[in-house]
Design a protein around this ligand. Structure first.
Ligand code: PLP
Length: 482
């Protein structure tokens, strides 16, 4: 398996080479030179596997430089019922991503695939926990260290910290806007007492935090001296880890070869649904990939009209499904590369038009028809009112409380049902994380998994710092001792 960049002009790389990196040197994103395939027989033979062993079978198709027994050991240590044991009462947490059937609508079985039973109750744990163990393995092998610097408004930062806590050779320095996270989110991050977790509450907003990360990353000398890396959503290993649960969802929703299912995916940075695209390209029998957005509907606009017009930060709405509040979907480039038949020059030309014209347009091109016909993509958007209504309706009809992001997925899925084709909505967070909208919809607080009772009362460890890159650099230097 060789990797290449979507912008085309760099040397091909192996899996471990790109594991710790972000963008390729030419500014593109990494993808395999070609997608490995899964056959019908292979899929059938996977029905009896545990999630961990299924993950091993899928990952080994992409990982070319970690020995097979080491990789199997990593997946078995990652996907355990202890780590992913926060599911709803009645769900089989040993399945890691249990499938809950809601009912049948318009002749289509409607399911939820529970991806949020990990330590931070959101789907980012699915990939981040694996990455923590992959990092620890490769760093020990190469006798190296890594200091992960990140900015978070809540979800990604806590998933990264819970994945890296206590890991040898890794330290996490996470910037968050002081006083702007929910008390639950603060507790999830700041109650970690591990020595290798450093929480910095920045006197500023999320954009200030991101600007500091960018400023530190631009200082190449500092970055190299302190072995600074990131784990943002373009990380290839995160995307590939997510391919596994599409396969698992298909296995749980079907009982024989070749049956087709559709997935509805609450989308922001296009990382989750990009994994679905890759699973489909590998030969998994997926009918539709439903891209569900909230009011930040850049992606919905593209899939409906062919016009891609990223927004500015100022045009980005703050919504009640906040983890999907993005203006520019960073993983979208991976799909576009496939859409233009992996023509890196053409892709570069499209992206240069983003700078000069603020967007590009596939309307009326042969590629536009391929988006749905060849790649299976359809889309829709949902609003705060839709979310409240859907949370209430799913609870009334099926007795299940869902979170606002999953509600976006259900809302949009309902516009794309086909009789006889199971629709699997990815449950990207548990409602316990988003109490306000659940209260608005159901008139009561969401239930909390037992392990989360009273976490707000635990002692917290964090430092408040001014929104100043030099001050943050000084703190990093203090911790690395270099
Ligand atoms: C990150 C996130 C999303 C969006 O996923 P992308 O991979 O960015 O498209 C959706 N829901 C929740 C709860 C998330 O945390």
């Amino acid at each position: 398996m060789q990797y290449q960049s979507t912008r085309g002009h760099d040397v091909p790389q192996h899996f471990s080479d790109i594991l710790l990196g972000g963008l390729a040197p030419d500014g593109g994103l990494y993808l395999p030179a070609e997608y490995p395939q899964v056959t019908t027989d292979e899929l059938e033979s996977w029905r009896s596997l545990s999630y961990a062993d299924l993950a091993y079978e899928v990952l080994r198709k992409f990982v070319d430089d970690i020995p097979e027994d080491a990789l199997r050991d990593i997946t078995r240590r990652t996907y355990t019922a202890e780590v992913y044991g926060n599911g709803r009462p009645g769900d089989d947490t040993a399945l890691i991503t249990p499938l809950r059937t809601l009912g049948e609508e318009e002749g289509a079985p409607l399911h939820l695939l529970g991806l949020s039973n990990g330590p931070t109750l959101a789907f980012k744990d699915m990939a981040m926990q694996l990455i923590g163990n992959l990092f620890e393995y490769t760093l020990a092998r190469d006798d190296a260290e890594l200091n992960i610097l990140g900015a978070t408004s809540g979800d990604t930062g806590s998933a990264a910290e819970h994945a890296m806590r206590g890991k040898r050779g890794i330290r996490v320095v996470m910037l968050s806007p002081h006083g702007r996270m929910s008390s639950f989110q603060r507790a999830q991050m700041f109650s970690l007492q591990d020595e290798n977790i450093v929480n910095l509450a920045v006197e500023g907003n999320f954009d200030d935090c991101q600007d500091i990360v960018k400023a530190v990353s631009r200082d190449a000398e500092f970055k190299a001296h302190h072995a600074i890396g990131t784990v943002n959503s373009i990380n290839w290993a995160r995307v590939v880890a997510q391919v596994v649960y599409y396969v698992h969802g298909w296995l749980l929703a079907t009982d024989g070869p070749g049956q087709r299912v559709s997935f509805s995916v609450p989308s922001g940075n296009f990382g989750n649904v990009c994994a679905g695209h890759i699973a489909r390209c590998m030969g998994l029998p997926i009918d539709r990939l439903v891209v569900a957005t909230n009011e930040n509907d850049v992606l919905d606009e593209f899939f409906r009209t062919g016009v891609y017009r990223p927004r500015s930060a100022a045009e980005t709405h703050h919504t009640s499904s906040p983890s999907m509040d993005i203006s520019k979907a960073s993983n979208f480039e991976r799909f576009l590369y496939d859409l233009v038949d992996r023509d890196a020059a053409r892709l570069g030309e499209l992206f240069s038009r983003l700078d000069t014209e603020g967007g590009f347009d596939f309307t009326g091109t042969p590629e536009f028809d391929r988006i749905a016909d060849d790649f299976g993509f359809v889309s829709g958007r949902s609003t705060h009112g839709n979310r409240v209504e859907t949370i209430r309706d799913v609870h009334e009809r099926y007795g299940v409380a869902i979170d606002p992001h999953t509600a976006d997925g259900v809302t949009v899925a309902r516009h794309h049902l086909t009789a006889g084709v199971p629709m699997i909505v990815l449950e990207t967070a548990l409602p316990a994380k988003f109490a306000d909208i659940v209260r608005e919809a159901l008139g009561r607080d969401p239930e909390r998994p037992a392990a989360f009772e009273g976490i707000e009362d635990l002692p917290q460890k964090f430092d408040v710092v001014p929104a100043d890159a030099d001050r943050v650099k000084a703190v990093i230097a203090e911790h690395t001792g270099r």
